[in-house]
Design a protein around this ligand. Sequence first.
Ligand SMILES: Cc1cc2nc3c(=O)[nH]c(=O)nc-3n(C[C@H](O)[C@H](O)[C@H](O)COP(=O)(O)OP(=O)(O)OC[C@H]3O[C@@H](n4cnc5c(N)ncnc54)[C@H](O)[C@@H]3O)c2cc1C
Length: 393
Amino acid sequence: MSVIAIPEELLQLRESVTSFLEREVRPVEDKYAHELGRSGTIDRDAQLRERRALRRKSAEVGFYAMHMPEDVGGMGVGTLGVALVREAVTASGMLLAERGGVVPDVEGPTSVLLNLDDEQRRRYLEPLMAAEKETCFALSEPGAGSDATQITTRAVRDGDDYVINGRKHFITHGQYADFVQLFAVTSDADGNDLGISFFIVDADTPGLTVTSTQETLGEDHPAELLFEDVRIPASQLVGEPGQGFRYAMGWINGGRINIAAQALGKTQYLFDRMHEYAQQREAFGRPIGNYQFVQQHVVDSFLELRMTRNLVYEAADAVSRDDNARQMAAAAKITATETVGRVADRAIQVFGGNGVMTEMGLERLYRDVRAMRLYEGTSEILRGTIAKTLGLS
Ligand SMILES: Cc1cc2nc3c(=O)[nH]c(=O)nc-3n(C[C@H](O)[C@H](O)[C@H](O)COP(=O)(O)OP(=O)(O)OC[C@H]3O[C@@H](n4cnc5c(N)ncnc54)[C@H](O)[C@@H]3O)c2cc1C
């Protein structure tokens, strides 16, 4: 399968998750077969409700927090194991398995939250790992995306509190979160700038409003959050003031591998669909897969799938050993997210007119995978990262 030797226990873990997908997720997904067949998707509220129920089941068997260390109640599964599982989840093609249905998206626990102290862990991390609470990660702002160091949301120390003002946008799950992981520029009581700090803000804190849901090309619908004189106790600060950006970046390589693995699984799913269709669909008295121009779509996708898989596994292994992790995570994320875009395009071409019909479920993927080249580092920013590691800038 890959140049990386995958330990037997990780293959078994993937097998257990695949069984969970078939046993728990498939029957729920099948309830929506009619709706999926008509629109290619499932009503947004139903998606939210079903995923909540599924993620609780996943948490009960330990899958939901598998990537968290054992001392906080996780399974301590490393980056390679998590990548294998994420690939299997999206390769299933089940919409409800994605976005926190089985393993966490941004609504769930990440290693950034290991910076929480004991009391914060009890109030926020433990219920998150049990899938009893949900969160969101609020860094981006209208004026600061790729260059996130330029955020202007400000937390000013006032006695035993911080008072927060600012606006966050593109915040995935922002409208559903019980608490916000907020990154804000901090000033002490004398007005001295301390840099970016990390805070936990309960969603029901007065002054915090979800001002809009932002509609996109795909299934994402992030939120805009407004902070107007939001007063929180200083105990909601995580770790040291001014260290927030460092805490956020501590997660970045793992996050990029997660996206790469999800893109890889979707590529596998799309390849399987086009491969099958090329053998079944007939034109001019023969299966379309007999025609060389159609073969090129299938074979090129096969080649890119194999190359991407090797790179994603190699990068996941590198990240788990912290060996050239930044370069490898960037390489995997660029390659997998660009590959899935090309393969989705080819899948539609192989399906002909059926490819753009919502009932086939391919056009949804074609639209949905586009944003993967934007979040967790755009392809341009990541190329810059690799250029730096090559000593070019
Ligand atoms: C669906 C979706 C969900 C998201 N969810 C979250 C979330 O949950 N939390 C959160 O905090 N953020 C989230 N984001 C925001 C995401 O992280 C940003 O969109 C991303 O960092 C890019 O920032 P930007 O959109 O402001 O683009 P810009 O930074 O304005 O970039 C515009 C273009 O310029 C290019 N560019 C910028 N700087 C350079 C450079 N130095 N070299 C070369 N090219 C450059 C970019 O690659 C891009 O092509 C989400 C975004 C999307 C689309």
